[in-house]
Ligand binder design. Structure first.
Ligand SMILES: [Zn+2]
Length: 302
């Protein structure tokens, strides 16, 4: 079932709630043993995002890192109290393909349970650190189903040095497994020739000119009549964050245009409509139930 062509498409807004030092490119620079001693800026930055969303009357999904939710349950409560969706970014920000199945299960179970305790609501969505569900960690899908997650947003259909399954579907799809089903909701891309290029979030939003994102989301909405899935991190609107001594490429990826991102976000919220992942997933689920052909299009068995 395609949405009515006269209706404006409602896209998904999502925030991965973590601090600037949790980012995977800084793994070798800020070991986990030092996290506790770092200056924390995640609460202030997330509060600013909440205020911006209120100003534009937008609801978003917040994929909260369990480690952050454990230390700041009041932040989780504040997000939920303002009508946004709480979802899980795992507990310790470890890449999925670097974990055993048992360790991954502990991580996603711990995050879900403490976020549900803090928010008083069921958590149904998961997004892996650095989109790290790849061909070698597809077993994670089974664990997420067993742990009660309803949707996942970790499989990016692109080529990248650290993540992505370039042959996976670009639109939301259902993955059927022996233990149950899960809706996969990939970050948005646009197709140029045979290439899938990311158009909706993170470094691509911050580093490339704004017109790229606006063109890409408009293209997904107009040509495919589908919502775009957008993502951002609280540290991306914080030009005052402490600078870490990373390599040149990591510094470029992390620090470029931090002072411009909030104004870009405001333009984005003016140019498009947004709601939570849950709402978009519910709509996609309907479509998927109407069309059996869109179940599982990953060319792997595991
Ligand atoms: Zn993250």
């Amino acid at each position: 079932m395609q949405p009515d062509a006269s209706e404006p498409i409602v896209n998904a807004m999502s925030i991965d709630v973590e601090d600037y030092f949790h980012v995977s490119v800084f793994d070798g620079i800020v070991p986990r043993s030092q996290w506790e001693s770092m200056e924390s800026r995640v609460c202030g930055n997330t509060q600013r995002l909440l205020d911006i969303f209120e100003e534009y009357e937008v609801k978003s999904t917040f994929f909260v890192l369990g480690w952050v939710g454990e230390r700041h349950p009041e932040l989780v409560r504040a997000i939920a109290a303002r009508g946004h969706e709480i979802a899980s970014h795992g507990y310790a920000h470890r890449l999925v393909y670097d974990q055993t199945r048992a360790a991954f299960r502990d991580d996603v179970r711990r995050a879900k349970s403490l976020l549900e305790d803090a928010s008083g609501r069921a958590v149904s969505g998961y997004r892996a650190p650095s989109y790290s569900i790849t061909p070698r960690s597809l077993w994670a899908i089974d664990v997420l189903i067993e742990e009660g997650y309803r949707y996942d947003s970790s499989i990016f259909p692109i080529r990248h040095d650290r993540y992505g399954i370039s042959v996976s579907d670009r639109k939301p799809y259902r993955i059927d497994r022996p233990g149950g089903s899960l809706i996969e909701v990939p970050g948005s891309t646009t197709q140029l020739g045979t290439m899938n290029l990311p158009v909706a979030g993170g470094g691509y939003f911050r580093i490339l000119p704004y017109w790229w994102t606006r063109w890409g989301i408009a293209r997904v909405n107009a040509q495919e009549r589908r919502p775009a899935i957008f993502y951002l991190h609280p540290w991306e609107i914080d030009p005052q964050q402490p600078r870490l001594a990373a390599g040149r490429l990591s510094r470029f990826r992390h620090y470029r245009n931090l002072d411009d991102t909030e104004s870009r976000l405001r333009r984005l919220l003016t140019d498009f409509r947004f709601d939570t992942m849950e709402k978009v997933v519910d709509a996609a689920r309907l479509t998927i139930h109407h069309d059996e052909r869109v179940a599982l299009s990953l060319p792997y068995s595991w």
